[in-house]
Design a protein around this ligand. Sequence first.
Ligand SMILES: Nc1ncnc2c1ncn2[C@@H]1O[C@H](COP(=O)(O)OP(=O)(O)OP(=O)(O)O)[C@@H](O)[C@H]1O
Ligand SMILES: [Mg+2]
Length: 312
Amino acid sequence: MPDAMPHIWTIGGGKGGTGKSFFTGSLGFLLAAQGARTLLIDLDLGAANLHTIVGVSHPEKSIADFIHKRVVTLEEAVVSTPHPNLSLISGAMNNLDMPNLAHEQKQKLLRNLARLPYEYVLLDLGAGTAYNTIDFFLTADVGIFITTPEPTAIENIYRLIRSVYFRKIHQVLKTYDFKALAGEAERQNPLATISNPDLLLPIIARLDPAKGALLEEALGAFEFKLVLNQLRKQDSQNIGALICKIVGKHLGLKMEAIGNVGFDDRVHYAVCKKRPFLELYPYTPTALDLRECCRCLQSASQGTPALQKIVD
Ligand SMILES: Nc1ncnc2c1ncn2[C@@H]1O[C@H](COP(=O)(O)OP(=O)(O)OP(=O)(O)O)[C@@H](O)[C@H]1O
Ligand SMILES: [Mg+2]
């Protein structure tokens, strides 16, 4: 059992049905198959179905048991899956939903994540930009955004990335007590608010170079990964790189396109069978895409896992 903190990866997307749960389940399967103790947590409260993807028909326990204090530790809400080294905390069978998770409940959950005795903890987040969803992104070692190449999904993922980034700026400004500086920046240019970091940050750096450098460092350390899922043959292979470029240009945020995962009708079949796609079709192009994504993410989260500051 590792005594270090787990690597925490979050998987989210702006739109429903982009493949968050399929991707989370696939990564979990791959990590566990390497012998790494891996825990999947379904945080798509209100629409949880990760248990079905990993072949658990009726999870006996769920995250609700922890939130409603029927168990003391998060670990007690874990159920096993049919796959060695792969465990699950289900989000099913409860009347919780993420936007309404109380502040204290969220904080308790965040604190407990860092103590889980697993090598990898993967969080399947629901679609949308609820504050609570965003806060899980801010605590992860690796934040993974997943979208399909459809313009509607891309619009939503951009909105989500922007919300997460703005919340991060807000958090950093609050932590380092930037209130007076941010106020002065806004007096100098009423448009220089958190919603316009490209205007706000340079003014702060000019007003107080030391704090400007601090801010740059805190935000520079923040890097996201992007996955394009369900790519068909006719789709451009460069959509991911293009999205990253736009995110860099408009938000000044570093984002890396780590891979394209091809569309394969057999994913549907595997989900219906409640079997991992990777187990049924290990040598298909989509399986190879998934392996490559997993490899990239593992190298991105190498080193000591660093659970970032718990959000207030
Ligand atoms: N690469 C793929 N090729 C073909 N079908 C896929 C692929 N990825 C996902 N799917 C299919 O897309 C559908 C949505 O996948 P999934 O449930 O993982 O999405 P989600 O983002 O978790 O959705 P929700 O927001 O509803 O939780 C499923 O029917 C799944 O079988
Ligand atoms: Mg899902």
